[in-house]
Design a binder for this molecule. Structure first.
Ligand SMILES: Nc1ncnc2c1ncn2[C@@H]1O[C@H](COP(=O)(O)OP(=O)(O)OP(=O)(O)O)[C@@H](O)[C@H]1O
Length: 311
């Protein structure tokens, strides 16, 4: 049985279809990267799973429980939800903040002290126990948000862009923390619009665009899927813009653009390859001065998948 499942999950905001028949299956122990551009529907999905938003139709299940008013309490006890914002906690220190949330889960007394110590150790925040929450850096606040949702030891973590707005060091610290939680056996759903950020953290990714799942699989599968093309970096001795326009019109060329003082050509390798491009340039009187083929990397794969070029 999947730990997180959505069945034809659909959400409309008026005329806008934010989610259209989303079907997701995330197994126990998976770290699932939910990737998509701004407005794709990631937050909407996560909020529905977190019991905070009602779908227009379709169903979400967590650990077999249908997410809805009847099971809201039971679902909340097995999930930890980190939203993409951190509220303001005036005059509250870290310890009080965690005590407050622990109490809301009926965790009290000695047990509460012990759990707070454990979650602070895990998130490397023990030394900040008496610091004011508002004085923490954004990276620390994000780790504190994670500490908060670990208080009741949930099986499932739902994290909405936890690395947004973090500097590189804080991103790495967050990633290490999430890796640790994955090793501990938590099932994790994490959203991001940056595929690379999730590459060495998630064992599976789903790419969502305009409320629809475009692709689900491992990172290696994504690259395989998008590899049916190549990117060429080309230059000619003169008339670069004319060469670009000529290339744009060739069959098998998805796109050609001027890029850092050269021409970048996105090809469908099944229809067209570097030799054809070179030949066409020469035939049309252009003196080729550079031709390099780029391996499809994750970002290119992602751009292709989200452009609908690879279905
Ligand atoms: N309360 C709302 N009322 C109307 N439209 C909304 C509402 N919330 C979200 N939307 C719209 O639904 C779509 C999906 O939004 P959502 O926040 O789920 O996307 P997202 O993938 O999380 O994007 P981001 O990366 O920008 O957070 C967007 O077009 C957004 O403008």
């Amino acid at each position: 049985m999947a730990m997180i499942q959505t069945i034809n999950l659909t959400k409309r905001y008026g005329e806008l279809m934010a989610l259209a028949n989303l079907n997701l299956e995330i197994e126990q122990g998976d770290c699932f990267g939910f990737i998509g551009p701004n407005g794709a529907g990631k937050t909407t999905t996560i909020k529905i799973l977190a019991t905070l938003l009602k779908p227009t139709w379709g169903e979400a299940r967590i650990d077999g429980l249908s997410v809805g008013p009847v099971n809201a309490r039971a679902v909340r006890s097995i999930i930890g939800y980190v939203p993409d914002y951190f509220g303001s906690y005036q005059d509250m220190v870290v310890k009080e903040y965690l005590e407050f949330f622990a109490a809301s889960y009926d965790i009290n007394g000695e047990q509460r002290e012990r759990i707070i110590k454990d979650v602070l150790d895990l998130t490397d925040l023990s030394y900040k126990i008496d610091a004011e929450v508002n004085s923490l850096s954004r990276g620390m606040q994000q780790r504190l948000s994670v500490a908060r949702v670990l208080l009741h030891d949930p099986k499932v973590l739902l994290l909405d862009e936890p690395a947004s707005g973090l500097d590189p060091r804080a991103r790495i610290e967050m990633r290490e923390l999430l890796k640790e939680l994955h090793r501990m056996g938590k099932t994790i759903l994490i959203s991001s619009h940056i595929l690379l950020e999730l590459a060495d953290l998630c064992n599976k990714v789903g790419i969502i665009e305009q409320g629809q799942l475009r692709f689900v699989g491992t990172i290696d599968e994504i690259i395989e899927r998008a590899k049916t093309g190549a990117v060429l970096h080309i230059d000619v001795a003169e008339r670069r813009a004319d060469a670009m326009m000529m290339l744009k019109g060739l069959p098998g060329v998805h796109d050609a653009e001027l890029h850092n003082e050269h021409i970048k050509v996105d090809l469908d390798a099944e229809l067209c390859g570097a030799p054809v491009i070179a030949q066409k340039l020469i035939e049309n009187g252009f003196a080729l001065t550079r031709l390099e083929e780029e391996k499809v990397n994750l970002e290119t794969a992602f751009m292709r998948l989200t452009k609908g070029l690879v279905q």
